[in-house]
Design a protein. Structure first.
Length: 280
């Protein structure tokens, strides 16, 4: 399997968590460090010499994963957070699916949270499959995913540009999913693939996170969605975080330059997803 899939982990100042999760990985790991100042890169390089440590000079957020994918030499790349890992056998099953289905660009796993293994609600929603399943696809279609629980076809990921750097963090997955689907790739959920996730209880300030999430929803809508959806998204997101509206206004020239509408089938899938209704 080592010649088929690489695990890319992006991290910043989470040395202790990495010492817990890195031993659990069963495939080669590229660790992309987002400008840590806790001595983590040096400690990891010493303790885990098989891990390729890539040190970035600044925090690039989710886009740090792009550098890991570029450095990988395997046809498939799995993402993990510094507080997550893929359960034994899951990556082998994922690579087998990708080998078997040449239109499959991305497969996403079931996520179990904490030591008790609680099912992540997002996994439950994916299993319901409101978008439907294309004929011949290995599982329900998705138009979003959790970044710690996905295996991508490297060529497909790079062809659409990977994670958009301007989104930084929180909700960066949606735009990538839209662009891969627009390029004709299948994106599917497969519950036999399992990721264990141990998120910390304390993190970024809730107000800051709400602002970034609202900004990214608006930017993603402006970049890809029809005017009616853009209007609804702007209205609801600005109500949630007025400051995010100013963030988007400052980014508007760039956003309009990069705006392109999705193919009709992809937009229809997003509408079904929002409605939560299965395709008949």
């Amino acid at each position: 399997m080592s010649d088929q899939v690489t695990v890319v982990v992006a991290t910043r100042n989470r040395r202790d968590r990495l010492f817990e999760t890195l031993p659990e990985h069963t495939a080669p790991v590229i660790l992309v460090d987002n400008g840590s100042d806790d001595g983590g890169p040096e400690a990891i390089a010493t303790a885990f010499p098989a891990v390729e440590v890539v040190r970035l000079p600044e925090n690039r957020g989710a886009a740090a994963r792009n550098e890991g994918v570029r450095r990988a030499t395997t046809p498939y790349v799995a993402f993990a957070d510094d507080d997550s890992y893929w359960s034994p056998g899951s990556l082998a099953r994922a690579t087998a699916l990708l080998d078997r289905h040449d239109r499959l660009g991305l497969v996403t796993a079931k996520v179990l949270i904490g030591p008790e293994g609680r099912l992540d609600p997002i996994s439950a929603a994916m299993a319901a499959g409101p978008i439907g399943t294309p004929p011949g696809a290995p599982g329900p279609s998705v138009l979003g995913f959790l970044s710690c629980a996905v295996v991508v076809r490297r060529e497909a990921f790079l062809a659409v540009g990977g994670f958009e750097p301007r989104l930084f963090v929180y909700g960066e997955e949606a735009l990538l999913a839209m662009d891969m689907a627009a390029a004709g790739w299948w994106l599917c959920y497969e519950p036999s693939l399992v990721v264990r996730h141990f998120p910390r209880s304390a993190g970024r300030d809730d107000g800051t996170r709400r602002r970034i999430e609202a900004r990214n929803r608006m930017l993603t809508a402006l970049l890809r969605r029809p005017p009616a959806v853009v209007a609804r998204t702007l209205a609801s997101s600005v109500r949630e975080s007025p400051a995010a509206g100013w963030d988007v206004l400052r980014s508007l020239p760039w956003t309009l330059r990069h705006r392109r509408r999705l193919p009709a089938p992809v937009e229809a899938g997003l509408v079904r997803l929002a409605a939560g209704q299965p395709r008949l």
